[in-house]
Design a protein around this ligand. Structure first.
Ligand code: LMR
Length: 407
C-alpha cells in the first residue's frame, strides 16, 4: 500500500485500475454531517478497568482504579493519520491473482467514508502504483502459519522486497518513507533499501511498533495500570522470537519498571518471552496472523514520525544502523529507541542505560540476525551489496553478499 498526502486531488495514471475516485469532497462532508446526526458522541469518560481474558502464566486480569487520569486513545483508527486537515490518496498494490480481493478492499475503504480519503486506486504494477508516493507501507507478503518462524519466509518474501525497492527507487517521491511490515520485516527492509540507492537509507523502517505495543500491554497488566502509563519502551533487534524488549529503560508512571515490578525473574523470563512469542501464540489460537493490532501499530508507527515525541519519551522502530551510538553492528536494520520532531524524520535516543543482561541479550539477537541474514541473503538473488558487521561483541567481519557467493 502506498500513500500520498494531497494538497489538491491528484490525477490518476491511466494504467491504474481506479476503483472509483473519491474526489467527492461535497459528498464526504454530507456523509460526515449525516454521521454526526445519527451516531451518539463518543464516550469520553475515563475507563475504570482493564482486564485481559487471555492471561499467560495464569496472570489474573487486572482492575485499575479510576483516578480520572486515564486518557482515551484518540483517533485510534488512523482517520486523521497525518493531522485533521491532510487529505490522502491511497494506492493499493496487488498481484493479478489478488486483484479481485483488492477491489473488495477498495470498496470497503470507500464505504467507510473516511473523511480525509480522497482517492483509492488499485494496480498490479509497482512502477505505476508507487509513482510519486510519499509513504509506502510494504505489507503484502506471505504470512507464516502455525509453528513456523518468521525467518522461514525470507526465501519467499525476499524477492518481493527487492522488486519493490527497485520500483520505489525509480518512481517514488525522492524522500519517500518506507515502512516494511511483511515478515521478516527487518531483513526485508534491508533488502529493500539496498535495492533503492536513490532513497536515503534513513527513510526505511521495519515495524516493531507491534512489539512495543505488546510489551506495554504486558507491563501494564502486570503493574495494574492503564497502558498509557508505560513509556520509554524499546524493542531492540528484529520483529522475531529473539527480539529484546527492554524493561531496564522502560518506565511506568515515570518510574523505572524494575522499581514498580519487583518480580525481576518475571521480567527476564515471562515478560520477555510473552512479547517474543505473542505473534506465534496468536496464530496458534486464531489460525492466522494478527491483523487489527498490526494495523493499529502501523498507524501508531506513522504517527510517531509525524507528531513530535512527548518530552522524555521515545518509540521503537527498526532503522538502518549506520552511525548508531550503541555499538550495534553497522549496515543492518535493527530496532532501536527513536524520537521525532514530527517532520517524518527521527533521531536515535542517546541516553539509554545498559546492564549485563541487556547487553548480552542484544549481542545474542545481533549475532542471530546476522547469521540469518548471511545465510538467507546470499542464497537469494536480491542484489549485490556489502554488509559490514562489527561491534557489539559480534566482530564477525565484513561480508560481500551476492547471489551464490559470500566472502
Ligand atoms: C505478528 O507478530 O503478529 C505478525 O508478525 C505475524 C506473525 O507471523 O507473528
Amino acid at each position: 500500500m502506498a500513500m500520498t498526502e494531497l494538497s489538491t486531488p491528484k490525477t490518476t495514471s491511466p494504467f491504474l485500475h481506479s476503483s472509483s475516485r473519491l474526489s467527492l469532497s461535497s459528498k464526504l462532508h454530507l456523509s460526515n454531517q449525516f454521521r454526526h446526526l445519527l451516531l451518539p458522541p463518543l464516550h469520553t469518560a475515563p475507563s475504570s478497568k482493564i482486564s485481559c481474558s487471555v492471561s499467560q502464566n495464569n496472570q489474573a486480569p487486572v482492575a485499575v482504579q479510576d483516578n480520572g487520569s486515564v486518557k482515551t486513545k484518540k483517533e485510534c483508527y488512523g482517520v486523521f493519520l497525518f493531522g485533521p486537515d491532510q487529505p490522502i490518496a491511497l494506492k493499493l498494490l496487488g498481484s493479478e491473482r489478488s486483484i479481485q480481493a483488492l477491489e473488495g478492499v477498495a470498496m470497503e475503504l470507500e464505504d467507510s467514508l473516511f473523511p480525509l480519503l480522497r482517492e483509492v486506486d488499485i494496480g498490479t504494477d509497482p512502477y505505476e502504483v508507487f509513482q510519486d508516493v510519499e509513504w509506502a507501507l510494504l505489507i503484502g507478503a506471505k504470512p507464516r502459519g502455525p509453528g513456523m518462524e518468521r525467518a522461514a519466509l525470507l526465501d519467499i518474501n525476499g524477492q518481493i522486497f527487492a522488486e519493490q525497492g527497485k520500483a520505489l527507487n525509480a518512481v517514488a517521491s525522492p524522500n519517500v518513507k518506507v515502512l516494511v511490515v511483511g515478515n521478516p520485516c527487518n531483513t526485508n527492509a534491508l533488502i529493500c533499501l539496498k535495492n533503492a540507492p536513490n532513497i536515503p537509507a534513513k527513510n526505511f523502517h521495519a515495524l516493531t511498533r507491534l512489539d512495543e505495543n505488546r510489551a506495554k500491554c504486558q507491563l501494564a497488566l502486570k503493574a495494574g495500570v492503564f497502558y498509557d502509563k508505560v513509556s520509554n519502551m524499546t524493542i531492540w533487534g528484529n520483529h522475531s522470537t529473539t527480539q529484546v524488549p527492554d524493561f531496564l529503560n522502560a518506565r511506568i508512571n515515570g518510574r523505572p519498571v524494575k522499581e514498580v515490578i519487583t518480580d525481576h525473574k518475571w521480567l527476564e523470563d515471562g515478560f520477555t518471552e510473552s512479547v517474543q512469542k505473542r505473534g506465534g501464540l496468536l496464530i496458534q489460537k486464531w489460525g492466522r496472523s494478527s491483523a487489527a493490532s498490526t494495523a493499529v501499530s502501523i498507524v501508531d508507527a506513522i504517527k510517531s514520525l509525524v507528531t513530535p515525541t512527548p518530552e522524555g519519551d521515545w518509540f521503537s522502530t527498526g532503522v538502518y544502523t549506520n552511525g548508531n551510538p550503541y555499538g550495534i553492528a553497522e549496515d543492518l536494520v535493527f530496532s532501536m529507541p527513536c524520537r521525532s520532531k514530527g517532520d517524518g524524520d527521527y533521531e536515535l535516543v542517546k541516553d539509554v542505560e545498559f546492564d549485563d543482561y541487556l547487553r548480552n541479550r542484544i549481542a545474542k539477537e545481533l549475532a542471530f540476525e546476522i547469521l540469518l541474514l548471511v545465510l538467507h541473503v546470499f542464497l537469494l538473488d536480491v542484489g549485490e551489496f556489502e554488509l559490514a558487521f562489527e561491534g557489539f561483541e559480534t566482530g564477525v567481519g565484513i561480508f560481500h553478499v551476492g547471489r551464490g557467493e559470500i566472502y
